[in-house]
Design a binder for this molecule. Structure first.
Ligand code: MG
Length: 247
């Protein structure tokens, strides 16, 4: 019996960097009545606030939600208001090394010249994210930028030898996520098991990037039960089925 359902955010609960739609939000609220619900994303807390929190219906059981930004290196719980339970941050030295490696690799590969919308490099405390078109690029431009994964895979391959102590992963449709080694969504799920007191085999994870190299893949590799979804519509169907089963 599953007691906790964990979701990826971008591409799973919501379109990349977009707010969750009302139908999906209502389904999540319904799920909080029958299970604990977690959201784990490479994105940082402000993204959770913009995409998720403000959009949840009033009848959501907020105290049954676990929100894990930056791949679970941060945990937020609701206790009259949203509280940060923990946060694991880069040292200043780690931060500088990563930014230097990113700047030189991006320049080398000629990815620095094209148009961008907002910052391309985002420091998220425990994660640094490079977004090829900037943080606020429109969805269609993002989807067209690297549809065959070639740019992101090239960038990833060039960064790995420069940052041997770090994990370099393909994130969203235009992004590369860099964290300390061992920090990924599987790490987040293990932290979640501890924080919630729910054993790993009573948790299930739903994500759109469960393919090898995807930022949800480590959850599958770590042996958690997972459900891969193509898009938000499929997440809704899966969520509806789980809510019915657990009722
Ligand atoms: Mg995703």
């Amino acid at each position: 019996m599953k007691r906790l359902v964990a979701y990826d955010l971008d591409g799973t609960l919501a379109e990349s960097k977009q707010p969750i739609d009302p139908e999906t939000a209502a389904l999540l609220a319904r799920l909080t009545k029958v299970a604990l619900v977690a959201v784990i994303s490479g994105g940082d807390w402000p993204q959770f606030e913009e995409q998720l929190i403000g959009k949840l219906p009033d009848d959501t059981d907020l105290d049954r939600l676990f929100l894990l930004p930056a791949s679970g290196t941060k945990l937020y719980r609701f206790r009259a208001r949203w509280d940060q339970v923990y946060a694991e941050l880069f040292s200043e030295e780690e931060r500088k090394r990563i930014l230097k490696a990113l700047a030189s690799t991006v320049a080398e590969q000629g990815l620095g010249a094209a148009r961008s919308w907002g910052d391309r490099i985002e420091y998220r405390g425990s994660q640094i994210t490079f977004s090829g078109l900037g943080q606020r690029a429109p969805l269609d431009a993002k989807q067209a930028w690297d549809a065959d994964f070639a740019k992101r895979k090239r960038l990833q391959a060039a960064l790995i030898p420069l940052l041997p102590d770090f994990a370099v992963r393909v994130g969203g449709s235009t992004s590369i996520d860099i964290t300390r080694k061992g920090i990924d969504k599987a790490y987040g799920m293990a932290k979640l098991a501890k924080a919630s007191g729910i054993p790993a085999d009573e948790m299930i994870f739903i994500g759109d990037a469960l393919y090898p190299g995807g930022n949800d893949y480590p959850v599958h590799e770590a042996g958690f039960d997972t459900i891969g979804v193509r898009d938000v519509a499929e997440t809704r169907r899966v969520t509806e089925a789980i809510a019915l089963c657990l009722k």
